[in-house]
Design a protein around this ligand. Structure first.
Ligand code: UDP
Length: 365
């Protein structure tokens, strides 16, 4: 059985690494990794391959694309050639980035079944590019591997047959458990006097693509930095927009704010476990803070990962302003925050479950 695993952007590496490893344990499975080049900077790509101990990808596409549409067409054209050469039995895509949908679509045009890992998540907000990628990828997929019960319900509401849906847990947590080794949630929850910093990450278009929203974000950070230290690893998209609107210098000059480049996975997890609170709009970070039981404030109107709010340590803050965020962080400092619990199957064995379901299907094993 030959499987092509697709990676393209930062959050894909954590999801695909444990799957490629799990596939590779079986001599009857040939597991290939295709990197679409959607994120190609060393700090958004190479560092993750290295830290997650992934071999160099079997194929790396080179993209010149300026717009999302060009990116789709370049990925699909490049990926189609790989499909023609490799003739895989299955294409596995993860998450909700453009590479996920582009490769799912190219595979489905070539009549090759698609497995979608992290299927069924829905924010209900179609203005999010990721939501469109999620809906279309699921519609094209033969195997839908889901992380939380809400995703099963979403897929059933879209008339996906139950036999295609598998609640298997969260492969991202496989990577987290693998890399942190001896770390356990309990050891990560202590908020000591020394670790009273806010870890800030922000890159969703709705938060960083306009001058109005970036100015609002700077006002909040400036306000919070009067009371607490803020660590801010800045996503390239956010930095590009800060520069475009002439706001980068303003951010760098705020006292008590450390502006950092995008962090390696290990470095970021360490920053996360030492934080008093993580303020984010990232999907993966909402899940990782839930697993680590670290307070998380998500600056978004909706989340496609409701289990992180219902069971985990996440709070959606919307609308948000200086006062609301300060009040919430003050509550966290006083210990008035839910620790939450870890969702079912987020146990480090999700890749194993996925591979065993696919083996049964394709190899009758
Ligand atoms: N992450 C990282 N370095 C950073 C910020 C995030 O390694 O500076 C990791 C984070 O721990 C998580 C993943 O990147 O595993 C989330 O990626 P991102 O926020 O880019 O995408 P999303 O999850 O929102 O799709």
């Amino acid at each position: 059985m030959k499987v092509i695993n697709v990676v393209g952007a930062r959050p894909n590496f954590m999801k695909v690494a444990p799957l490629h490893r799990a596939f590779s344990r079986f001599p009857e499975i040939h597991s290939i990794v295709v990197h679409t080049g959607q994120h190609s900077d060393a700090c958004m790509s190479d560092v993750f391959l290295e830290q997650l101990k992934m071999p160099p990808p079997d194929y790396l596409l080179r993209l010149s694309a300026a717009s999302a549409t060009c990116q789709f067409s370049e990925i699909m054209t490049g990926f189609e050639k790989i499909l023609q050469k490799e003739k895989p039995d299955l294409v596995l895509v993860a998450g909700d980035v453009n590479s996920t949908l582009a490769c799912a679509l190219a595979a489905s045009k070539a009549d090759i079944p698609v497995a979608h890992v992290e299927a069924g998540l829905r924010s209900g907000d179609r203005s999010m590019p990721e939501e469109i990628n999620r809906i279309l990828t699921d519609a094209l997929s033969a195997h839908l591997f889901v992380t939380e019960p809400s995703a099963v319900q979403n897929l059933l509401l879209e008339n996906v047959p139950m036999q295609k849906i598998h609640l298997v847990g969260n492969v991202m947590i496989d990577s987290l458990i693998g890399i942190t080794g001896s770390w356990c949630p309990e050891s990560a929850t202590n908020i000591s006097e020394q670790s009273r910093y806010i870890l800030w990450t922000m890159h969703r278009p709705s938060n960083v693509d306009t001058e109005v929203m970036l100015t609002k974000m700077l006002a909040m950070i400036t306000h919070l930095a009067r009371r607490w230290t803020v660590l801010f690893p800045v996503h390239p998209r956010t930095m590009k927009n800060l520069c475009t609107f002439g706001l980068a210098d303003q951010l760098c000059s705020i006292r008590n704010v450390q502006v950092l480049p995008p962090q390696g996975y290990m470095e970021f997890l360490k920053l996360m476990t030492g934080a008093m609170v993580v303020v984010t709009d990232s999907g993966g970070v909402q899940e990782e803070t839930t697993f680590l039981q670290i307070p998380c404030i998500t600056l978004r109107e909706s989340t496609e990962r409701p289990v992180t709010v219902e069971r985990g340590s996440n709070l959606l803050l919307y609308p948000f302003d200086e006062k609301r965020i300060e009040d919430n962080i003050a509550a966290i400092q006083q210990g008035l925050w839910k620790k939450g619990s870890i969702p079912e199957y987020w146990d480090g064995r999700t890749a194993e479950r996925i591979v065993s379901i696919l083996k049964a299907q394709y190899l009758n094993l």
